[in-house]
Design a protein around this ligand. Structure first.
Ligand SMILES: [Zn+2]
Length: 603
């Protein structure tokens, strides 16, 4: 399908329908038929939007399924049978006949990077490249556009991943490419290519020159400058080593005007919002934004510039947070379009780049147990701050060692909390982001401590092809992406994509959750698949819980926010291989239809 087949209908009038007139007539005649002598029950207020004849999975425990629902303002006015909901239909009501289609609560992306998702569309997208040569070709093509990239302007590319290429790059160091060919192709511009995981960057000679990276550059704490056999930097910078080149990049950015930078940020936010609406994502849990970015969110929240709902973790330092508290204190701003609710910290890197912090060395890199990128001591300080602010602490941990350390920090923070009781300890809803690889002993601790496992099903299937190489069969089977084991231990598992690390599409991720089928056709330890119901809950009701938003969203019930998605296929019942054919027909946020697929516009 081409992008032109879609349209986003922000701000379009929701009031139109001849069908509505018919239903209004039915509603009026039924009132008249009740007769004069018995007191007429007051008719319910007229809905602005009604969905009829559907299969509505509400995820509301009281009424899990319904045929219809009525919306007034930004809330659900009623959920029930077609007959009951017709009572709410008036002349001005827009009625959508679902014709048996499935409607569910809007998808809640549990962990993604909102601005980066939009930026990805402004920078050079390398995620589809199948080789290092193809990466170089794409970057060279961009560099040829001298209007966009005049001499000296940084070229940023994103999404390359050597494990997804058809063959290892030649030459390579530890499987990662070296800069020589890239530098030859792009002599006039500094180039910075962010790995698909975000945990490594490849740079060219010009970028190294500007960043001052030479043979003598030492490895920073928690990072590594990869070198060839002669000790020369290869251009691959792992984990914290990226910061040197980031500083050089920031220096160039600082030379641009504030207006230019703001404009670019707004553009990225708009692009990310469009992507969400097209894919049925009505809420997005942003895994790390700065105060400056949060200020832009605040300005735009609830407008056409940012029409979906954001729940944000800030990745600013403890000092900055403590010093600017009143500016970060944003809760349900602009009709619940923006909340800042958590502190984001990172304890280790990613498995794909050998950065995940393991209890025992990598099978395919025996000299390494990965990287601890933030000290455990400083994580303890952040835990104290989170307790003081009554914010959630959300810590990126991928390797089993990193997960254990985070659970230890969480446990001790909870113990020292006053007044200590079981209940208030549980209701912190602190989160481990990714929780990809766990030691057996640590699995039960998630439920015991009430820690939420914020996992991304699509990571399991896209990492799957190299996980066994990194961890060996036994470790991978026992501990990698063990959703079902966690659920059996009564932990809460929520879902998401880490977009733009993986594509944002929640239906593809739902498919990954229930099949664990990899792109090569293999299945990654299928015993850990979620059931369809578990997968849907992880993307809606439980995701809302994981942000203290379950009182207003994540299920469809009277009084909750009218965030609803209508799908073209019944993803809960069709054959596995049909799930990914499902398209989003409508995305409704706060009662407004903000996206409507072209095919169903003339109903
Ligand atoms: Zn992330």
């Amino acid at each position: 399908m081409t992008p032109s087949q879609f349209r986003t209908v922000v701000g379009s009038p929701a009031v139109r329908s001849t069908v509505a007139g018919i239903f209004a007539a039915i509603a009026i005649s039924s009132v008249v038929a009740r007769g004069q002598d018995s007191p007429t029950p007051p008719s319910p207020p007229v809905a602005e939007l009604a969905l009829l004849n559907g299969k509505i999975l509400t995820l509301d425990r009281e009424r899990p399924q319904a045929e219809a629902l009525a919306i007034r303002g930004d809330r659900i006015a009623a959920v029930g049978t077609n007959d009951a909901i017709r009572e709410h239909v008036g002349e001005s009501t827009r009625v959508i006949d679902l014709q048996g289609r499935l409607a569910i609560p809007g998808f809640i992306e549990g962990h993604g990077h909102f601005i980066a998702l939009g930026r990805m569309k402004l920078d050079v997208d390398l995620s589809a490249c199948k080789s290092w040569d193809e990466v170089i070709a794409r970057v060279a093509e961009a560099a040829a556009d001298k209007k966009r990239y005049p001499r000296g302007r940084w070229i940023v590319g994103r999404g390359w991943h050597q494990a997804k290429w058809t063959a290892p790059p030649q030459p390579n160091v530890e499987g990662y490419p070296t800069h020589a060919k890239l530098s030859q192709a792009t002599p006039a511009n500094p180039v910075l290519l962010v790995h698909g995981t975000g945990h490594m960057t490849m740079v060219n000679a010009k970028a190294m020159q500007l960043a001052g990276i030479s043979n003598n550059t030492r490895d920073p704490k928690g990072g590594r400058v990869l070198r060839d056999k002669d000790g020369l930097p290869t251009g691959a910078l792992r984990e914290n080593a990226v910061s040197v080149v980031d500083r050089a990049f920031d220096r160039e950015q600082a030379r641009r005007t504030k207006a230019e930078r703001d404009e670019e940020r707004r553009k990225a936010i708009r692009l990310a919002s469009d992507e969400c609406l097209r894919l049925g994502v009505t809420s997005f849990q942003d895994a790390g934004s700065s105060l400056g970015e949060i200020e832009t969110f605040r300005e735009l929240a609830g407008t056409a510039g940012l029409p979906i709902r954001l729940w944000v973790m800030t990745n600013d330092g403890d000092g900055a947070i403590a010093a600017n508290l009143s500016r970060y204190r944003i809760r349900r701003h602009a009709d619940a379009h923006l909340t800042v609710g958590g502190i984001k910290r990172m304890l280790d890197g990613a498995l794909g780049t050998h950065g995940a912090w393991l209890l025992a060395p990598y099978d395919d890199l025996p000299q390494s147990v990965g990287h601890n990128v933030t000290s455990v001591e400083s994580l303890r300080a952040s835990a104290k701050l989170a307790l003081r602010l009554e914010w959630q602490l959300c810590v990126h941990a991928i390797g089993d060692r990193a997960n254990r350390e985070v659970l230890d920090v969480f446990a001790s923070a909870m113990r020292n909390r006053l007044p200590a009781s079981d209940d208030n300890q549980r209701d912190l809803r602190w989160r481990i982001e990714h929780a990809q690889h766990l030691h057996d002993d640590d699995v039960p601790r998630f439920a015991e401590l009430g820690v939420i496992a914020s996992m991304q099903a699509c990571h399991a299937t896209s990492d799957g092809p190299f996980v066994v190489a990194r961890l060996g069969h036994r470790r991978a089977q026992r501990g990698a992406y063990v959703w079902q084991t966690l659920l059996k231990h009564r932990a809460m598992v929520i879902n998401g994509t880490d977009a733009p690390v993986e594509p944002l599409n929640p239906i593809d991720c739902f498919y990954a959750s229930v099949t664990r089928r990899m792109p090569d056709g293999g299945t990654f330890f299928p015993e850990q698949c979620m059931t369809r119901e578990q997968a849907l809950i992880s993307y809606t009701r439980d995701a809302a819980y994981a942000a203290f938003e379950d009182d207003i969203k994540g299920s469809l019930a009277e009084g909750k926010l009218a965030d609803v998605v209508v799908l073209s296929e019944g993803i809960m019942t069709v054959a596995d291989e049909k799930i990914r054919d499902a398209r989003v027909d409508y995305t409704i946020v706060g009662g407004k239809i903000l996206y409507e697929r072209a095919e169903n516009r003339d109903e």
